[in-house]
Design a binder for this molecule. Structure first.
Ligand SMILES: [Zn+2]
Length: 312
């Protein structure tokens, strides 16, 4: 405790946003928290969960999955004219028949060597991005992982998958850190739930969990059952949201529906206790993505042209 007091001389590092790390000592501290903050936590949590229509998640799930479809062919053929190429090396290749240039790379869905059109390069790279770098928290919570695994086996679970254990672990520890008043740690567990869903290619669902983490961060969650002011967005969180938006070619400013759904469905706090409500935190994230939204703007006909044709 003394050490932390010393560090607070330098003030919190607000420039980096709220940390998403789950460290062993944080988890231990949460386990040892006891009842100290119990009353404060009880006041902050909302008593009943609201029921929200899931329809919007399905809509986005379909949109994102469509954009995750396998690109190219594995048949050693030019993607433009179908001409056969005996050797497909991993590089740019010029078709001997139609003279067009196409690309040969391993694709993420089946790791097959695919020949695809140059125009698909951006989408191809995005597909790799959205499923790569999933954090393996199992490595540093090995003890907790084993404990949950044993528990599930004892309950009679058959064919237990690794992801099932991880979901159970994250769910249990998220719940514990929430009721112990370790809200920052809670938000980190929610972040990992999103990571896990992303690895299962449940993209829209993952996005809604990332949105909820953003909402918690915008409210400055900390580990002592209170809320600090914080406007800086965590860069890693921003990257994850950005990659999923890019995959679906979605603009943040048009995501209010899913953002609302995420908060209404996932939020456990009484809104009266929070600094930012849903609209305020949404405004923050829209501002963060303003430039990237602009890049996705469709080129519209000039205004004068539209007025002219309407008048005639
Ligand atoms: Zn060709």
């Amino acid at each position: 405790m003394k050490m932390f007091e010393y560090f607070s001389w330098f003030g919190p590092k607000t420039t980096e946003g709220i940390s998403l790390e789950i460290e062993k000592r944080d988890v231990s501290a949460m386990k040892d928290a006891g009842e100290a903050l119990c009353e404060q936590v009880q006041k902050a949590l909302q008593q009943k969960k609201s029921v929200v229509d899931r329809q919007i998640v399905m809509v986005y799930e379909k949109k994102l999955r469509d954009r995750f479809q396998k690109l190219g062919n594995l048949n050693q053929k030019c993607p433009y004219c179908g001409n056969e190429h005996r050797s497909l090396q991993m590089r740019e290749t010029k078709c001997t028949q139609c003279k067009k240039i196409f690309l040969v790379q391993k694709r993420v869905q089946d790791l097959g060597t695919a020949a695809f059109m140059t125009e698909q390069k951006k989408q191809f790279d995005l597909q790799w991005k959205v499923v790569s770098d999933i954090k393996r928290f199992k490595l540093f919570l090995a003890h907790e992982y084993e404990y949950i695994q044993k528990k599930l086996l004892k309950e009679g679970k058959k064919n237990l998958q690794e992801s099932e254990v991880m979901h159970a672990l994250l769910g249990a520890y998220a719940k514990n850190s929430l009721s112990a008043g370790h809200y920052r740690l809670y938000s980190a567990f929610v972040f990992y739930q999103a990571e896990l869903m992303r690895s299962e290619q449940r993209f829209a669902e993952a996005l809604s969990y990332y949105f909820y983490v953003h909402f918690l961060h915008a409210n400055g969650v900390d580990n002592s059952a209170s809320f600090q002011s914080n406007t800086q967005m965590n860069e890693e969180l921003k990257m994850r949201i950005g990659e999923l938006l890019d995959l679906g070619d979605l603009q943040m400013k048009k995501m209010k529906g899913l953002y609302d759904y995420a908060i209404l469905h996932l939020n456990r706090f009484d809104l009266k206790c929070l600094k930012s409500d849903l609209n305020q935190s949404y405004a923050i994230v829209v501002k963060e993505f303003r430039l990237r939204d602009e890049e996705k703007e469709e080129i519209k006909p000039m205004r004068s042209f539209v007025l002219y044709t309407k008048a005639s």
